[in-house]
Design a protein around this ligand. Structure first.
Ligand SMILES: [Zn+2]
Length: 143
C-alpha cells in the first residue's frame, strides 16, 4: 500500500485525483505493475489507476489472466475498475479508503463479490485508509 500511495502522489502532477494502484505477482512480493490516475494527463476517461495497473501487469506476464495476483489500490474501485478486476481474475483486492459516492467493492455496489459471478476475488479493505483518504481530502481542498 505504501507503493500505491507513492503512485497516488504522482497523479497530482498531471492534475489527476490522487489514486494509485499496484499489482503484485502470485509470490506476493514482486511488483508486476504500478499506475496512477491519468485521466486528465492522458485525456482518457478509462485511465483509472486500477485499469492501467491491470493492463501493465497483463502485458508484463504476456497473458490476460492475472490468477494468483493481488491488486492493491488506495481508493475503493469504481464500477469500471471492479469490472476490469473481475475480468482480470486477480485473486485478491486490497484497498485503502472507501468511496461512499462511487465505490463498487462494498460501498454502493459489491460487484467483485456478486455471487452470480463465477470468479470472486478476496477483498481486504481499510489498509492505511486514513493516509489514503487524507491524500484525497487535501487534493480536493487545494482545488
Ligand atoms: Zn475506477
Amino acid at each position: 500500500m505504501r507503493l500505491a500511495l507513492d503512485e497516488a502522489e504522482l497523479a497530482v502532477r498531471g492534475g489527476d485525483v490522487p489514486v494509485g494502484a499496484v499489482v503484485l505477482a502470485p509470490d506476493g512480493g514482486t511488483v508486476l505493475a504500478s499506475a496512477h490516475n491519468e485521466r486528465e494527463a492522458g485525456g482518457d476517461p478509462t485511465a483509472h489507476a486500477e485499469v492501467l495497473a491491470v493492463r501493465r501487469a497483463a502485458a508484463r506476464l504476456g497473458e490476460w489472466r492475472l490468477a494468483g495476483c493481488t491488486l492493491v489500490v488506495t481508493l475503493e474501485p469504481c464500477t469500471m475498475c471492479a469490472g476490469a478486476i473481475q475480468q482480470s481474475r486477480v485473486d485478491r483486492v486490497v484497498y485503502g479508503a472507501r468511496d461512499e459516492k462511487a465505490g463498487a467493492v462494498g460501498s454502493l455496489w459489491d460487484l467483485v463479490r456478486d455471487r452470480r459471478l463465477n470468479h470472486r476475488p478476496e477483498v481486504i479493505e481499510g489498509v492505511l485508509a486514513d493516509e489514503c483518504s487524507r491524500l484525497l481530502t487535501e487534493f480536493f481542498r487545494n482545488r
